[in-house]
Design a protein around this ligand. Sequence first.
Ligand code: SF4
Ligand code: SF4
Length: 430
Amino acid sequence: MSIGPKETTEAIALYTRSLDCVHCGLCLPTCPTYRETGRESSSPRGRIYLARGVAEGKLALSDAVAEEMYLCLGCRACETACPSGVRFGSLLEQMRAEVERVGLRRGPAKRIESFLLRHVVPHPRRLRAAISVVRAIQAVRLDALALRLAPAGLRERIALAPRVPHARDRAPLPRLVRAHGERRGRVGFFVGCIMPELFGDVNHATVRVLARNGFDVVVAEGQGCCGALHAHAGDRETAKRLAARNVAAFAAAGVDVVISNAAGCGAALREVGEWLPATGDVLARRVRDVSEFLDAEGLRPPPTPFPRRVCYDDPCHLLHGQQVEAAPRRLLRQIPGLVLVAHDDAAACCGAAGIYNLTHPEMSRAVLARKMRSLASADPDVIATGNPGCMMQLRAGVVEHGLRAEVLHPVTLMDRAYGGGRSVGEPPYL
Ligand code: SF4
Ligand code: SF4
């Protein structure tokens, strides 16, 4: 099947992007799917070659080409390694959008994915209701029963489901949290879609840490899902619609900085200018990861010791998508008593990649196994990482591979070192 590309602006952009590749192969050793398969077609260079062939009309957009585009984790390690500045993430999104456009992905799993991404994830009330159902199932241990009875392939996917936290941690954040002590500024906070439901404690900790560092925190009304999962799944129209909602919400909030604590969301928000050329640049320029922001502003010394050995594991969309590497490590080193322990391959993908661990469980588990081996050698008390998907994947990896470590967001460690705080809705907030 050919996409008839030469006439379309999209195909010209795809072709132009592919021309940046000089075939040097420096990206190959960093690519998780190449490391697992050894196949050129499953490497960044191979995928660029396939994309160029399709754009030139020399290669049909077949099921095999589509599968290589979806076997890719979208980790963007190849972008960091590339001396030619190939923007692989954009190229991949564009290829996946073409795959969707010509209808190569089909079947019940695809229909469920589309339904959830379009009709549940971007709608906070529906998402909350769905996650409350999961919590009820977990409360009566039906998930444990399902785990025992399910066939092998399904069992692995059920095992990835995180425990839904207590309602206290899912309580909404106030619209404004005032700075503690001397005021240093005012920031907006990006809440996310999954974060308030599954990692509400991390959102609360982030707001507390920002307030303790002297920042008023504005939780802009009208914000919502960043659209990253949609863009990665080839649904650019929904991603653009969601991005437009966030552009409007943060413009109305009148903040100069927008803080994200989820690497995947932060990377997507920083690309809003590409999705919405006329309006997105302003928001894209204002986005900062919480670790990057606190590092740049200077962290107020946390008073409470946290005497643990901590391995920091880079989320791909923080390291490769936002080029934030040193800041979280510098912040963690400022916590009294904390010992930062290096482990091999901290920069390598953990295999989570959005919903990749559900769509490609075998490759995801192989990539995770490599990561867990290196973490097991370092034997930390805590694995720190700043992305919800990575936290879920690493928690599943800790259980499967028998590690003793707790998996936490870096901001949770900072919050504990400041003494934590009471829940939102129970004043005083700090
Ligand atoms: S994004 Fe990651 S998995 Fe995909 S080609 Fe690049 S390095 Fe490989
Ligand atoms: S490193 Fe860059 S230029 Fe070299 S093969 Fe990979 S994508 Fe192409």
